[in-house]
Design a protein around this ligand. Structure first.
Ligand code: ATP
Length: 593
Protein backbone atom coordinates (compact mmCIF):
# COMPACT_ATOMS: atom_id res chain seq x y z
CA UNK A 1 0.00 0.00 0.00
CA UNK A 2 1.36 3.38 -1.01
CA UNK A 3 2.07 6.01 1.60
CA UNK A 4 0.79 8.63 -0.85
CA UNK A 5 -2.79 7.50 -0.10
CA UNK A 6 -2.27 8.27 3.59
CA UNK A 7 -0.54 11.60 2.92
CA UNK A 8 -3.29 12.73 0.56
CA UNK A 9 -5.98 11.89 3.11
CA UNK A 10 -4.11 13.77 5.82
CA UNK A 11 -3.83 16.77 3.54
CA UNK A 12 -7.56 16.75 2.78
CA UNK A 13 -8.41 16.39 6.47
CA UNK A 14 -6.20 19.34 7.28
CA UNK A 15 -8.30 21.53 4.99
CA UNK A 16 -11.71 20.79 6.57
CA UNK A 17 -13.36 21.04 9.97
CA UNK A 18 -16.60 19.07 9.61
CA UNK A 19 -16.36 15.96 11.76
CA UNK A 20 -18.68 13.99 9.48
CA UNK A 21 -16.58 14.82 6.45
CA UNK A 22 -13.37 13.88 8.28
CA UNK A 23 -14.91 10.57 9.37
CA UNK A 24 -15.89 9.84 5.75
CA UNK A 25 -12.38 10.57 4.52
CA UNK A 26 -10.89 8.28 7.16
CA UNK A 27 -13.40 5.52 6.44
CA UNK A 28 -12.40 5.73 2.77
CA UNK A 29 -8.75 5.52 3.68
CA UNK A 30 -9.38 2.46 5.87
CA UNK A 31 -11.30 0.76 3.06
CA UNK A 32 -8.34 1.24 0.76
CA UNK A 33 -5.87 0.04 3.38
CA UNK A 34 -4.19 -3.33 3.02
CA UNK A 35 -5.24 -5.37 6.11
CA UNK A 36 -1.60 -6.18 6.73
CA UNK A 37 -0.82 -2.57 7.57
CA UNK A 38 -4.11 -1.33 9.06
CA UNK A 39 -2.56 -1.10 12.54
CA UNK A 40 0.30 1.01 11.19
CA UNK A 41 -2.07 3.34 9.36
CA UNK A 42 -4.10 3.81 12.56
CA UNK A 43 -0.95 4.64 14.56
CA UNK A 44 0.18 7.12 11.89
CA UNK A 45 -3.22 8.85 12.05
CA UNK A 46 -2.87 8.96 15.84
CA UNK A 47 0.49 10.65 15.29
CA UNK A 48 2.45 7.91 16.99
CA UNK A 49 4.35 4.74 16.21
CA UNK A 50 2.87 2.65 19.02
CA UNK A 51 0.63 3.11 22.06
CA UNK A 52 2.29 5.35 24.66
CA UNK A 53 2.09 2.69 27.36
CA UNK A 54 4.62 0.53 25.55
CA UNK A 55 7.16 2.96 26.97
CA UNK A 56 9.17 2.92 23.73
CA UNK A 57 11.03 6.05 22.64
CA UNK A 58 9.08 8.79 20.95
CA UNK A 59 10.24 10.11 17.61
CA UNK A 60 10.68 13.79 18.46
CA UNK A 61 13.82 14.35 16.44
CA UNK A 62 15.14 17.89 16.98
CA UNK A 63 14.97 20.68 14.42
CA UNK A 64 18.71 20.79 13.80
CA UNK A 65 18.88 17.18 12.81
CA UNK A 66 15.84 17.46 10.61
CA UNK A 67 17.27 20.48 8.82
CA UNK A 68 20.37 18.44 8.07
CA UNK A 69 18.29 15.56 6.75
CA UNK A 70 16.18 17.86 4.55
CA UNK A 71 19.28 19.57 3.17
CA UNK A 72 20.89 16.24 2.44
CA UNK A 73 17.82 14.85 0.72
CA UNK A 74 17.11 17.89 -1.43
CA UNK A 75 20.68 18.89 -2.19
CA UNK A 76 20.45 22.43 -0.83
CA UNK A 77 22.55 24.11 1.84
CA UNK A 78 21.42 23.98 5.46
CA UNK A 79 21.35 27.80 5.59
CA UNK A 80 18.85 27.79 2.76
CA UNK A 81 16.62 25.31 4.62
CA UNK A 82 16.86 27.53 7.69
CA UNK A 83 15.89 30.73 5.90
CA UNK A 84 12.95 29.01 4.23
CA UNK A 85 11.94 27.71 7.67
CA UNK A 86 11.94 31.27 8.98
CA UNK A 87 9.66 32.28 6.16
CA UNK A 88 7.23 29.32 6.31
CA UNK A 89 7.39 28.49 10.01
CA UNK A 90 6.81 24.77 9.43
CA UNK A 91 9.57 22.32 8.54
CA UNK A 92 7.02 20.02 6.89
CA UNK A 93 6.11 22.76 4.46
CA UNK A 94 9.80 23.53 3.93
CA UNK A 95 10.49 19.94 2.90
CA UNK A 96 7.43 19.96 0.66
CA UNK A 97 8.44 23.24 -0.97
CA UNK A 98 11.99 22.10 -1.59
CA UNK A 99 10.81 18.84 -3.10
CA UNK A 100 8.33 20.52 -5.40
CA UNK A 101 10.76 23.29 -6.31
CA UNK A 102 12.86 20.64 -7.98
CA UNK A 103 9.76 19.21 -9.54
CA UNK A 104 8.08 22.48 -10.31
CA UNK A 105 4.91 20.96 -8.86
CA UNK A 106 2.40 19.14 -10.99
CA UNK A 107 1.53 15.53 -11.55
CA UNK A 108 4.97 14.48 -12.58
CA UNK A 109 6.15 15.47 -9.12
CA UNK A 110 7.55 12.12 -8.18
CA UNK A 111 9.58 11.74 -11.32
CA UNK A 112 10.80 15.32 -11.42
CA UNK A 113 11.48 15.63 -7.71
CA UNK A 114 14.03 12.93 -8.05
CA UNK A 115 11.88 10.32 -6.33
CA UNK A 116 12.51 6.93 -7.77
CA UNK A 117 11.02 4.32 -5.49
CA UNK A 118 7.39 4.93 -4.53
CA UNK A 119 7.09 4.88 -0.72
CA UNK A 120 4.95 2.21 0.86
CA UNK A 121 3.27 2.56 4.27
CA UNK A 122 5.37 -0.31 5.44
CA UNK A 123 8.65 1.26 4.43
CA UNK A 124 7.77 4.62 5.98
CA UNK A 125 6.62 3.02 9.21
CA UNK A 126 9.56 0.63 9.54
CA UNK A 127 12.07 3.38 8.76
CA UNK A 128 10.53 5.74 11.32
CA UNK A 129 10.65 2.92 13.83
CA UNK A 130 14.37 2.50 13.21
CA UNK A 131 14.79 6.25 13.68
CA UNK A 132 12.98 6.15 17.01
CA UNK A 133 14.84 3.11 18.29
CA UNK A 134 18.34 4.21 17.21
CA UNK A 135 20.40 4.99 20.31
CA UNK A 136 24.01 5.42 21.27
CA UNK A 137 27.09 6.11 19.25
CA UNK A 138 26.49 6.87 15.61
CA UNK A 139 22.73 7.07 16.11
CA UNK A 140 22.66 10.73 15.09
CA UNK A 141 24.16 10.05 11.69
CA UNK A 142 22.01 6.97 11.29
CA UNK A 143 18.86 8.99 12.01
CA UNK A 144 19.86 11.66 9.47
CA UNK A 145 20.53 9.15 6.74
CA UNK A 146 17.35 7.17 7.44
CA UNK A 147 15.19 10.29 7.27
CA UNK A 148 16.89 11.73 4.23
CA UNK A 149 16.61 8.31 2.57
CA UNK A 150 12.85 8.54 2.96
CA UNK A 151 12.75 12.14 1.80
CA UNK A 152 14.71 11.34 -1.35
CA UNK A 153 11.99 8.95 -2.42
CA UNK A 154 9.11 11.08 -1.15
CA UNK A 155 6.75 13.15 -3.21
CA UNK A 156 6.36 16.71 -1.94
CA UNK A 157 3.14 15.99 -0.07
CA UNK A 158 4.64 12.87 1.51
CA UNK A 159 7.68 14.86 2.57
CA UNK A 160 5.43 17.29 4.44
CA UNK A 161 3.92 14.57 6.63
CA UNK A 162 7.08 12.56 7.12
CA UNK A 163 8.88 15.63 8.43
CA UNK A 164 6.03 16.61 10.71
CA UNK A 165 5.85 13.11 12.04
CA UNK A 166 9.55 12.94 12.77
CA UNK A 167 9.36 16.31 14.47
CA UNK A 168 6.71 14.90 16.80
CA UNK A 169 3.98 17.02 15.25
CA UNK A 170 2.24 14.15 13.54
CA UNK A 171 -1.03 14.66 15.38
CA UNK A 172 -3.54 16.03 12.93
CA UNK A 173 -6.17 16.65 15.54
CA UNK A 174 -8.25 13.59 14.77
CA UNK A 175 -9.26 12.02 18.05
CA UNK A 176 -9.62 8.33 18.84
CA UNK A 177 -13.39 8.75 18.77
CA UNK A 178 -13.34 9.78 15.10
CA UNK A 179 -10.99 6.93 14.22
CA UNK A 180 -13.38 4.48 15.90
CA UNK A 181 -16.35 5.94 14.02
CA UNK A 182 -14.50 5.59 10.74
CA UNK A 183 -13.56 1.98 11.53
CA UNK A 184 -17.20 1.24 12.35
CA UNK A 185 -18.33 2.66 9.00
CA UNK A 186 -15.62 0.95 6.98
CA UNK A 187 -15.61 -2.48 8.63
CA UNK A 188 -18.46 -2.76 11.13
CA UNK A 189 -21.35 -2.12 8.78
CA UNK A 190 -22.06 1.36 10.15
CA UNK A 191 -21.92 3.51 13.26
CA UNK A 192 -24.00 0.95 15.20
CA UNK A 193 -20.80 -1.05 15.53
CA UNK A 194 -19.07 1.78 17.33
CA UNK A 195 -19.85 0.57 20.91
CA UNK A 196 -18.31 -2.82 20.13
CA UNK A 197 -15.14 -1.17 18.89
CA UNK A 198 -15.10 1.18 21.86
CA UNK A 199 -15.46 -1.61 24.36
CA UNK A 200 -12.64 -3.49 22.69
CA UNK A 201 -10.43 -0.39 22.90
CA UNK A 202 -11.36 0.09 26.54
CA UNK A 203 -10.23 -3.36 27.53
CA UNK A 204 -7.19 -3.27 25.24
CA UNK A 205 -5.78 0.20 25.01
CA UNK A 206 -4.22 -0.30 21.60
CA UNK A 207 -6.30 1.09 18.75
CA UNK A 208 -3.99 -0.28 16.04
CA UNK A 209 -4.42 -3.78 17.44
CA UNK A 210 -8.20 -3.38 17.76
CA UNK A 211 -8.36 -2.23 14.11
CA UNK A 212 -6.25 -5.20 13.02
CA UNK A 213 -8.59 -7.68 14.73
CA UNK A 214 -11.65 -5.95 13.27
CA UNK A 215 -10.30 -5.90 9.73
CA UNK A 216 -8.79 -9.38 9.73
CA UNK A 217 -11.20 -11.30 11.93
CA UNK A 218 -14.39 -9.24 11.87
CA UNK A 219 -16.72 -7.57 14.33
CA UNK A 220 -17.63 -10.88 15.99
CA UNK A 221 -14.06 -11.38 17.05
CA UNK A 222 -14.04 -7.94 18.63
CA UNK A 223 -17.24 -8.71 20.49
CA UNK A 224 -15.58 -11.72 22.04
CA UNK A 225 -12.37 -9.88 22.87
CA UNK A 226 -11.08 -10.27 26.41
CA UNK A 227 -8.32 -8.42 28.26
CA UNK A 228 -4.77 -9.52 27.65
CA UNK A 229 -2.17 -9.52 30.38
CA UNK A 230 0.39 -6.83 29.52
CA UNK A 231 -2.04 -4.65 27.58
CA UNK A 232 -3.57 -1.99 29.85
CA UNK A 233 -7.30 -1.70 30.42
CA UNK A 234 -8.66 1.82 30.45
CA UNK A 235 -9.65 2.61 34.03
CA UNK A 236 -13.22 2.77 35.30
CA UNK A 237 -13.95 6.22 36.74
CA UNK A 238 -16.28 7.57 39.38
CA UNK A 239 -18.91 10.28 39.56
CA UNK A 240 -18.90 12.58 42.56
CA UNK A 241 -21.56 13.45 45.15
CA UNK A 242 -21.54 14.93 48.63
CA UNK A 243 -24.71 13.60 50.21
CA UNK A 244 -24.61 10.10 51.74
CA UNK A 245 -28.35 9.60 51.27
CA UNK A 246 -28.24 10.55 47.61
CA UNK A 247 -25.14 8.45 47.05
CA UNK A 248 -26.78 5.31 48.43
CA UNK A 249 -29.90 5.94 46.37
CA UNK A 250 -27.78 6.23 43.23
CA UNK A 251 -26.08 2.87 43.75
CA UNK A 252 -29.39 1.15 44.37
CA UNK A 253 -29.91 1.60 48.11
CA UNK A 254 -27.07 -0.53 49.35
CA UNK A 255 -23.43 -0.25 48.46
CA UNK A 256 -19.89 -1.15 49.21
CA UNK A 257 -18.24 1.80 50.97
CA UNK A 258 -14.50 1.68 50.58
CA UNK A 259 -11.63 3.86 51.75
CA UNK A 260 -10.64 6.29 49.02
CA UNK A 261 -6.89 6.07 49.34
CA UNK A 262 -4.83 9.13 48.56
CA UNK A 263 -2.04 7.86 46.37
CA UNK A 264 -1.44 6.73 42.82
CA UNK A 265 -3.72 4.38 40.95
CA UNK A 266 -2.00 1.19 39.86
CA UNK A 267 -3.20 -1.37 37.36
CA UNK A 268 -1.04 -4.37 37.98
CA UNK A 269 -0.46 -7.05 35.36
CA UNK A 270 1.09 -10.34 36.38
CA UNK A 271 2.21 -13.14 34.11
CA UNK A 272 4.37 -15.65 35.94
CA UNK A 273 7.20 -13.66 37.45
CA UNK A 274 6.70 -10.77 35.09
CA UNK A 275 4.92 -7.78 36.61
CA UNK A 276 3.95 -4.49 34.97
CA UNK A 277 2.34 -1.54 36.73
CA UNK A 278 0.36 1.02 34.73
CA UNK A 279 -0.73 4.42 36.05
CA UNK A 280 -4.13 6.10 35.80
CA UNK A 281 -2.93 7.50 32.46
CA UNK A 282 -1.68 4.07 31.43
CA UNK A 283 1.96 4.98 31.67
CA UNK A 284 4.35 2.23 32.63
CA UNK A 285 5.43 3.10 36.19
CA UNK A 286 6.84 -0.32 37.09
CA UNK A 287 10.38 1.01 37.70
CA UNK A 288 9.16 3.30 40.50
CA UNK A 289 7.85 0.46 42.62
CA UNK A 290 10.25 -2.51 42.74
CA UNK A 291 8.89 -3.32 46.21
CA UNK A 292 5.33 -3.59 44.88
CA UNK A 293 6.56 -5.76 42.00
CA UNK A 294 8.25 -8.08 44.49
CA UNK A 295 5.15 -8.25 46.66
CA UNK A 296 2.94 -9.04 43.66
CA UNK A 297 5.32 -11.83 42.61
CA UNK A 298 5.24 -13.41 46.05
CA UNK A 299 1.76 -12.63 47.26
CA UNK A 300 -0.53 -13.00 44.28
CA UNK A 301 -1.21 -16.66 43.92
CA UNK A 302 -2.47 -16.58 40.33
CA UNK A 303 -0.14 -17.16 37.42
CA UNK A 304 -1.97 -14.61 35.32
CA UNK A 305 -3.94 -11.72 36.71
CA UNK A 306 -4.84 -8.08 36.21
CA UNK A 307 -5.69 -6.30 39.46
CA UNK A 308 -6.17 -2.72 40.51
CA UNK A 309 -5.26 -0.79 43.60
CA UNK A 310 -3.95 2.47 44.98
CA UNK A 311 -0.29 2.82 45.94
CA UNK A 312 0.04 4.91 49.09
CA UNK A 313 3.12 6.29 50.84
CA UNK A 314 3.37 5.04 54.42
CA UNK A 315 5.45 5.84 57.47
CA UNK A 316 8.56 3.60 57.60
CA UNK A 317 7.96 2.87 61.30
CA UNK A 318 4.24 2.85 61.93
CA UNK A 319 3.06 2.03 58.38
CA UNK A 320 0.45 4.74 58.78
CA UNK A 321 -0.68 6.40 55.57
CA UNK A 322 1.09 9.57 54.46
CA UNK A 323 -0.12 12.31 52.14
CA UNK A 324 -0.01 11.70 48.40
CA UNK A 325 2.84 14.20 47.89
CA UNK A 326 5.24 11.78 49.60
CA UNK A 327 5.10 9.57 46.51
CA UNK A 328 7.07 12.24 44.64
CA UNK A 329 10.24 10.76 46.07
CA UNK A 330 9.56 7.66 44.02
CA UNK A 331 9.52 9.59 40.75
CA UNK A 332 13.25 10.17 40.83
CA UNK A 333 14.78 7.23 39.13
CA UNK A 334 18.41 7.37 40.24
CA UNK A 335 17.96 6.68 43.92
CA UNK A 336 15.07 4.24 43.78
CA UNK A 337 16.64 1.70 46.13
CA UNK A 338 17.25 4.38 48.74
CA UNK A 339 13.72 5.65 48.19
CA UNK A 340 12.22 2.23 48.88
CA UNK A 341 13.67 2.28 52.38
CA UNK A 342 13.02 5.91 53.16
CA UNK A 343 9.62 6.17 51.55
CA UNK A 344 7.93 2.79 51.75
CA UNK A 345 4.52 2.22 50.18
CA UNK A 346 1.56 -0.05 50.56
CA UNK A 347 -0.71 -0.97 47.67
CA UNK A 348 -4.35 -1.29 48.66
CA UNK A 349 -6.05 -3.55 46.15
CA UNK A 350 -9.67 -2.84 45.26
CA UNK A 351 -10.47 -4.76 42.07
CA UNK A 352 -9.67 -7.81 39.97
CA UNK A 353 -10.24 -7.52 36.22
CA UNK A 354 -8.78 -10.76 34.95
CA UNK A 355 -7.73 -13.98 36.53
CA UNK A 356 -6.24 -17.16 35.06
CA UNK A 357 -7.75 -16.68 31.62
CA UNK A 358 -11.09 -15.41 32.88
CA UNK A 359 -12.36 -11.95 31.95
CA UNK A 360 -13.83 -10.50 35.15
CA UNK A 361 -14.76 -7.08 33.74
CA UNK A 362 -18.23 -8.37 32.89
CA UNK A 363 -18.80 -9.79 36.39
CA UNK A 364 -20.52 -7.91 39.24
CA UNK A 365 -18.29 -6.28 41.86
CA UNK A 366 -18.95 -8.77 44.71
CA UNK A 367 -17.72 -11.57 42.48
CA UNK A 368 -14.62 -9.64 41.46
CA UNK A 369 -13.89 -8.84 45.09
CA UNK A 370 -14.24 -12.47 46.04
CA UNK A 371 -11.70 -13.46 43.42
CA UNK A 372 -9.38 -10.71 44.61
CA UNK A 373 -9.58 -11.92 48.20
CA UNK A 374 -8.94 -15.46 47.04
CA UNK A 375 -5.75 -14.70 45.14
CA UNK A 376 -4.02 -12.27 47.53
CA UNK A 377 -2.03 -13.17 50.59
CA UNK A 378 -1.69 -9.76 52.20
CA UNK A 379 1.52 -8.56 53.83
CA UNK A 380 2.98 -5.15 54.75
CA UNK A 381 3.28 -4.00 51.15
CA UNK A 382 0.19 -5.54 49.62
CA UNK A 383 -3.18 -5.23 51.28
CA UNK A 384 -6.86 -5.30 50.48
CA UNK A 385 -8.84 -2.07 50.61
CA UNK A 386 -10.95 -1.52 53.73
CA UNK A 387 -14.68 -1.48 53.25
CA UNK A 388 -18.11 -1.93 54.76
CA UNK A 389 -21.38 -2.80 53.07
CA UNK A 390 -24.25 -0.61 54.17
CA UNK A 391 -27.60 0.92 53.31
CA UNK A 392 -27.47 3.38 56.20
CA UNK A 393 -26.40 6.96 55.41
CA UNK A 394 -25.29 7.54 58.99
CA UNK A 395 -23.07 4.51 58.97
CA UNK A 396 -21.65 5.69 55.67
CA UNK A 397 -20.88 9.10 57.16
CA UNK A 398 -19.19 7.55 60.16
CA UNK A 399 -17.00 5.35 57.98
CA UNK A 400 -16.21 8.40 55.84
CA UNK A 401 -14.91 10.35 58.84
CA UNK A 402 -12.93 7.39 60.06
CA UNK A 403 -11.37 6.99 56.62
CA UNK A 404 -10.27 10.63 56.58
CA UNK A 405 -8.79 10.42 60.00
CA UNK A 406 -6.77 7.39 58.99
CA UNK A 407 -5.23 9.28 56.10
CA UNK A 408 -7.70 8.50 53.31
CA UNK A 409 -9.25 11.18 51.15
CA UNK A 410 -12.81 10.07 51.76
CA UNK A 411 -14.70 7.03 50.49
CA UNK A 412 -15.67 5.37 47.24
CA UNK A 413 -19.20 4.04 47.23
CA UNK A 414 -19.68 1.24 44.75
CA UNK A 415 -22.74 -0.52 43.42
CA UNK A 416 -22.95 -4.22 44.25
CA UNK A 417 -26.06 -5.24 42.31
CA UNK A 418 -26.03 -7.76 39.51
CA UNK A 419 -25.14 -5.17 36.87
CA UNK A 420 -22.18 -3.77 38.80
CA UNK A 421 -19.66 -4.68 36.10
CA UNK A 422 -16.26 -3.05 35.57
CA UNK A 423 -17.03 -0.38 33.00
CA UNK A 424 -13.58 0.16 31.51
CA UNK A 425 -12.85 3.66 30.26
CA UNK A 426 -16.17 5.05 31.48
CA UNK A 427 -17.23 7.46 34.18
CA UNK A 428 -20.55 6.48 35.68
CA UNK A 429 -22.77 6.04 38.72
CA UNK A 430 -21.59 2.53 39.56
CA UNK A 431 -18.77 4.20 41.50
CA UNK A 432 -19.29 7.41 43.42
CA UNK A 433 -16.55 9.33 45.16
CA UNK A 434 -17.33 11.15 48.37
CA UNK A 435 -14.47 13.42 49.35
CA UNK A 436 -14.32 15.95 52.13
CA UNK A 437 -15.18 19.35 50.72
CA UNK A 438 -13.94 21.43 53.60
CA UNK A 439 -10.49 21.57 54.89
CA UNK A 440 -9.12 23.32 57.89
CA UNK A 441 -5.41 23.82 57.45
CA UNK A 442 -3.32 23.65 60.53
CA UNK A 443 -0.99 26.62 60.59
CA UNK A 444 -0.05 26.50 64.24
CA UNK A 445 1.06 23.75 66.60
CA UNK A 446 -1.00 22.65 69.59
CA UNK A 447 0.06 21.37 72.99
CA UNK A 448 -1.69 18.15 73.88
CA UNK A 449 -1.65 15.87 76.89
CA UNK A 450 -0.74 12.16 76.77
CA UNK A 451 -3.65 10.03 78.01
CA UNK A 452 -2.67 6.63 76.60
CA UNK A 453 -0.05 4.65 74.74
CA UNK A 454 -0.03 1.87 72.15
CA UNK A 455 2.56 -0.89 72.13
CA UNK A 456 5.10 -0.72 69.31
CA UNK A 457 5.50 -3.31 66.58
CA UNK A 458 8.47 -4.24 64.40
CA UNK A 459 11.40 -1.95 65.09
CA UNK A 460 9.40 -0.37 67.90
CA UNK A 461 8.76 -3.63 69.73
CA UNK A 462 9.57 -3.24 73.41
CA UNK A 463 8.67 0.42 73.46
CA UNK A 464 5.56 2.37 72.52
CA UNK A 465 4.60 2.97 68.92
CA UNK A 466 2.06 5.75 69.34
CA UNK A 467 0.50 8.00 71.95
CA UNK A 468 -3.10 8.97 72.49
CA UNK A 469 -3.34 12.73 72.93
CA UNK A 470 -6.00 14.97 74.46
CA UNK A 471 -7.00 18.60 74.75
CA UNK A 472 -8.15 20.09 78.05
CA UNK A 473 -11.78 21.03 78.66
CA UNK A 474 -11.70 23.42 81.65
CA UNK A 475 -15.50 23.59 81.98
CA UNK A 476 -15.81 19.87 82.61
CA UNK A 477 -12.26 19.47 83.89
CA UNK A 478 -11.75 16.62 81.45
CA UNK A 479 -9.06 15.63 79.01
CA UNK A 480 -10.80 14.80 75.75
CA UNK A 481 -9.06 12.76 73.08
CA UNK A 482 -7.93 14.45 69.83
CA UNK A 483 -5.58 12.11 67.98
CA UNK A 484 -3.22 9.21 67.99
CA UNK A 485 0.31 10.28 67.14
CA UNK A 486 2.95 7.86 65.87
CA UNK A 487 5.08 10.07 63.63
CA UNK A 488 7.79 12.62 64.25
CA UNK A 489 9.61 10.74 67.03
CA UNK A 490 13.36 10.30 66.75
CA UNK A 491 14.87 6.93 67.72
CA UNK A 492 16.01 8.57 70.94
CA UNK A 493 12.51 9.87 71.71
CA UNK A 494 11.13 6.37 71.21
CA UNK A 495 13.76 4.68 73.32
CA UNK A 496 13.03 7.06 76.19
CA UNK A 497 9.24 6.66 76.07
CA UNK A 498 8.84 3.72 78.51
CA UNK A 499 10.86 5.55 81.13
CA UNK A 500 9.07 8.87 80.67
CA UNK A 501 5.61 7.28 80.83
CA UNK A 502 6.31 4.77 83.59
CA UNK A 503 5.27 6.87 86.60
CA UNK A 504 1.93 7.69 84.96
CA UNK A 505 0.83 4.33 83.53
CA UNK A 506 -2.61 3.20 84.72
CA UNK A 507 -4.46 -0.06 84.07
CA UNK A 508 -7.87 1.58 83.83
CA UNK A 509 -9.07 4.84 82.41
CA UNK A 510 -8.27 7.78 84.68
CA UNK A 511 -11.35 9.58 86.02
CA UNK A 512 -10.58 12.83 84.21
CA UNK A 513 -10.08 11.25 80.80
CA UNK A 514 -12.80 11.21 78.13
CA UNK A 515 -11.98 8.77 75.34
CA UNK A 516 -13.74 6.29 73.10
CA UNK A 517 -10.48 4.86 71.87
CA UNK A 518 -8.88 2.19 74.03
CA UNK A 519 -5.08 2.39 74.17
CA UNK A 520 -2.96 -0.56 75.34
CA UNK A 521 -2.18 1.36 78.53
CA UNK A 522 -3.79 4.45 80.01
CA UNK A 523 -1.65 7.37 81.08
CA UNK A 524 -2.49 9.79 83.87
CA UNK A 525 -2.75 13.27 82.27
CA UNK A 526 0.60 14.89 83.11
CA UNK A 527 2.85 15.02 80.09
CA UNK A 528 2.42 17.71 77.45
CA UNK A 529 3.78 17.51 73.90
CA UNK A 530 3.80 19.94 71.01
CA UNK A 531 1.98 18.50 67.99
CA UNK A 532 1.53 19.67 64.41
CA UNK A 533 -0.61 18.15 61.67
CA UNK A 534 -1.73 18.75 58.12
CA UNK A 535 -5.14 20.00 59.14
CA UNK A 536 -7.89 19.81 61.70
CA UNK A 537 -10.55 17.33 60.77
CA UNK A 538 -13.67 15.62 62.10
CA UNK A 539 -13.50 12.11 63.48
CA UNK A 540 -15.99 9.62 64.90
CA UNK A 541 -13.24 8.23 67.13
CA UNK A 542 -12.49 11.30 69.20
CA UNK A 543 -14.28 13.18 71.94
CA UNK A 544 -12.88 16.72 71.66
CA UNK A 545 -15.85 19.02 70.90
CA UNK A 546 -17.94 15.98 70.13
CA UNK A 547 -21.28 16.78 68.44
CA UNK A 548 -20.42 20.48 68.34
CA UNK A 549 -19.55 20.69 64.64
CA UNK A 550 -21.19 17.52 63.44
CA UNK A 551 -23.28 14.91 65.18
CA UNK A 552 -21.29 11.83 66.11
CA UNK A 553 -17.92 13.42 65.45
CA UNK A 554 -15.24 15.25 67.35
CA UNK A 555 -12.35 17.45 66.26
CA UNK A 556 -9.16 15.66 65.38
CA UNK A 557 -5.83 16.20 63.66
CA UNK A 558 -4.98 14.64 60.34
CA UNK A 559 -1.40 13.35 59.91
CA UNK A 560 -0.30 14.44 63.41
CA UNK A 561 3.42 14.63 64.20
CA UNK A 562 5.26 14.86 67.49
CA UNK A 563 7.54 17.90 67.67
CA UNK A 564 8.89 17.96 71.25
CA UNK A 565 8.01 17.59 74.88
CA UNK A 566 6.74 20.72 76.65
CA UNK A 567 8.14 20.09 80.09
CA UNK A 568 7.42 23.72 80.89
CA UNK A 569 3.68 23.07 80.72
CA UNK A 570 1.38 21.25 83.07
CA UNK A 571 -1.65 19.33 81.73
CA UNK A 572 -4.09 22.14 82.43
CA UNK A 573 -1.88 24.54 80.45
CA UNK A 574 -2.47 22.45 77.34
CA UNK A 575 -4.53 23.67 74.38
CA UNK A 576 -8.20 23.67 75.33
CA UNK A 577 -11.05 22.04 73.46
CA UNK A 578 -12.55 25.48 72.95
CA UNK A 579 -9.36 26.73 71.33
CA UNK A 580 -9.40 23.79 68.96
CA UNK A 581 -12.99 24.57 68.02
CA UNK A 582 -12.03 28.16 67.28
CA UNK A 583 -9.04 27.01 65.23
CA UNK A 584 -11.25 24.61 63.31
CA UNK A 585 -13.81 27.31 62.54
CA UNK A 586 -11.38 30.07 61.66
CA UNK A 587 -9.27 27.88 59.43
CA UNK A 588 -12.23 26.35 57.69
CA UNK A 589 -12.32 27.12 54.03
CA UNK A 590 -13.89 25.64 51.01
CA UNK A 591 -11.51 23.51 49.03
CA UNK A 592 -11.39 25.03 45.62
CA UNK A 593 -11.04 22.48 42.87
P1 ATP B 1 -10.95 10.72 38.18
O1 ATP B 1 -9.95 9.61 38.32
O2 ATP B 1 -12.31 10.31 38.66
O3 ATP B 1 -10.95 11.40 36.86
P2 ATP B 1 -9.19 12.23 39.75
O4 ATP B 1 -8.07 11.73 38.92
O5 ATP B 1 -9.22 13.67 40.12
O6 ATP B 1 -10.58 11.85 39.15
P3 ATP B 1 -10.16 11.42 42.21
O7 ATP B 1 -11.29 12.37 42.01
O8 ATP B 1 -9.33 11.68 43.40
O9 ATP B 1 -9.18 11.33 41.01
O10 ATP B 1 -10.81 9.95 42.30
C1 ATP B 1 -10.57 8.82 41.54
C2 ATP B 1 -9.32 8.04 41.95
O11 ATP B 1 -9.37 7.58 43.30
C3 ATP B 1 -9.12 6.74 41.21
O12 ATP B 1 -8.63 6.93 39.93
C4 ATP B 1 -8.15 5.99 42.10
O13 ATP B 1 -6.82 6.34 41.77
C5 ATP B 1 -8.42 6.53 43.47
N1 ATP B 1 -8.91 5.56 44.45
C6 ATP B 1 -8.54 5.52 45.75
N2 ATP B 1 -9.16 4.56 46.42
C7 ATP B 1 -9.98 3.93 45.55
C8 ATP B 1 -10.89 2.84 45.66
N3 ATP B 1 -11.10 2.21 46.82
N4 ATP B 1 -11.57 2.49 44.55
C9 ATP B 1 -11.37 3.12 43.37
N5 ATP B 1 -10.51 4.16 43.21
C10 ATP B 1 -9.82 4.56 44.27
Amino acid sequence: MLFRVVAETLSKIEAITSRTAITELLANLFRKTDPEVIDKVVYLIQGKLWPDWRGLPELGVGEKLLIKAIAKATGVRETEVESLYKKLGDLGKVAEALKSRRAGGGGLARFLSGATNALTVNRVYETLKRVALAVGEGSRDLKISLISGLLVDAEPIEARYIVRFVEGRGRIGVGDATIMDALAIAYGGGTAARPVIERAYNIRADLGEVARILVKEGLRALEKLTPEVGVPIRPMLAERLNDPREILAKVGGKGMVEYKYDGERAQIHKKGDEVIIYSRRLENITHQYPDVVEAVRNRIKSKEAIIEGEIVAVDPETREMKPFQELMHRKRKHDIHEAIKEYPVTVFLFDALYNEGEDLTTKPLPERRKTLEMIVEPDETIQLSQYIVTDDPEELEKFFLEAIENGAEGVMVKAIHKDSIYRAGARGWLWIKYKRDYKSEMIDTVDLVVIGAFAGRGRRAGTYGALLMAAYDPDADLFRSVCKVGSGFTDKDLAELPEILKPYIRQSKPRNVDSLMKPDVWVEPALVAEIIGAELTLSPMHTCCRDEVRKGAGISIRFPRFIRWRDDKGPTDATTTKELLEMYKSQLKKISE
